[in-house]
Design a protein around this ligand. Structure first.
Ligand code: BEZ
Ligand code: FE
Length: 284
């Protein structure tokens, strides 16, 4: 086929996939070309704009290393990560909702006993987290595996500025599915915005902030892995989370308490926060 033009090009590109043996690769390739060509037809980029787009993607790739994943940030800030999450987690009523994993999860965080303090001496308002992990039928899941990670009161994750891990840990629930730990009250924070994704947000007139939250990953045999956050009620970014991750069912009051006896019996000589959240996993 020769003399292709703007009316015939799309069909010809798709026709070249006719010998593709993998039906999924064929389906994805065809849809990619259809949507990409439709996008180009809609915006009619100038040659210079197209070069800028290629430069943007090149810069995005150059920003990536084992500590920074700019393509995930791009997917997150364009709402693609939450769309993929929604498509893959069409949960029955009553099961805890999911949200994005984000780039700050670390696979081998320290294992802690229940009730441990995971702050590693970082300053901030102490916060007690307590909860119960249950199955869809309401029964507690003994020994459920819980991974917790969060930013500090200044909005930084350990991996962004420390040489050691802090404000994260792995736990196993007790025989009644209960877990608890002491951490710090997290604050809202900007996602890394010193790269092309930050430039994009500024060009789009958007802020880079996420509302204060604690990340949870919860696993138990016979249940679907749950990746979610619990968000702080009242945070000013709940309605404009830069990665579109907020769900009403995941918002809780990070209650501020005066010094005194905390719900786990610990005597607190300074004000502290308390978060309780009970998680329900989908049985598989
Ligand atoms: C996070 O919550 O850790 C996060 C999620 C998406 C992008 C950046 C950070
Ligand atoms: Fe986060």
């Amino acid at each position: 086929m020769r003399d292709l033009n703007e009316n015939t090009l799309t069909d010809e590109v798709i026709a070249r996939f006719k010998n593709c043996e993998n039906p999924r690769v064929k389906q994805i390739s065809e849809a990619l070309v259809r949507h990409l060509h439709a996008f180009v037809r809609e915006i009619e980029p100038t040659q210079q704009e197209w070069e800028s787009a290629i430069a943007f993607l090149t810069h995005t790739g150059h920003m990536c290393d084992d500590k920074r994943q700019e393509f995930i940030l791009l997917s997150d800030t364009l709402g693609v990560s939450m769309l993929v999450d929604a498509i893959n987690h069409r949960m029955p009523e009553g099961v805890t909702e999911t949200t994005v994993l984000g780039p700050f999860y670390v696979e081998n965080a320290h294992q802690f006993p229940l009730g441990a303090d995971i702050t590693q001496n970082i300053e901030g308002t102490p916060m007690l987290i307590q909860g119960t992990v249950r199955s869809q039928n309401g029964s507690p899941i003994p020994n459920a595996h819980i991974n917790i990670w969060q930013s500090d009161g200044e909005g930084f994750y350990d991996v962004q500025h420390l040489d050691s891990l802090a404000l994260r840990g792995q736990f196993h629930a007790d025989e009644n599915g209960n877990f608890s730990c002491w951490t710090l009250r997290p604050s809202a924070y900007p996602i890394p915005d010193d790269g092309p994704v930050g430039n994009m947000l500024r060009a789009q007139g958007r802020h880079p902030y996420r509302p204060a939250h604690v990340h949870f990953m919860i696993q138990a045999p016979g249940h679907q892995k749950l990746v979610t956050h619990v968000f702080a009620d009242g945070d000013k970014y709940l309605d404009s989370d830069v990665v579109f991750g907020v769900k009403n069912s995941l918002i809780r009051n990070f209650e501020l308490h005066e010094p005194g006896t905390a719900p786990d019996g610990k005597e607190m000589d300074k004000p502290y926060a308390y978060l309780r959240y009970d998680f329900t996993l989908k049985a598989v």
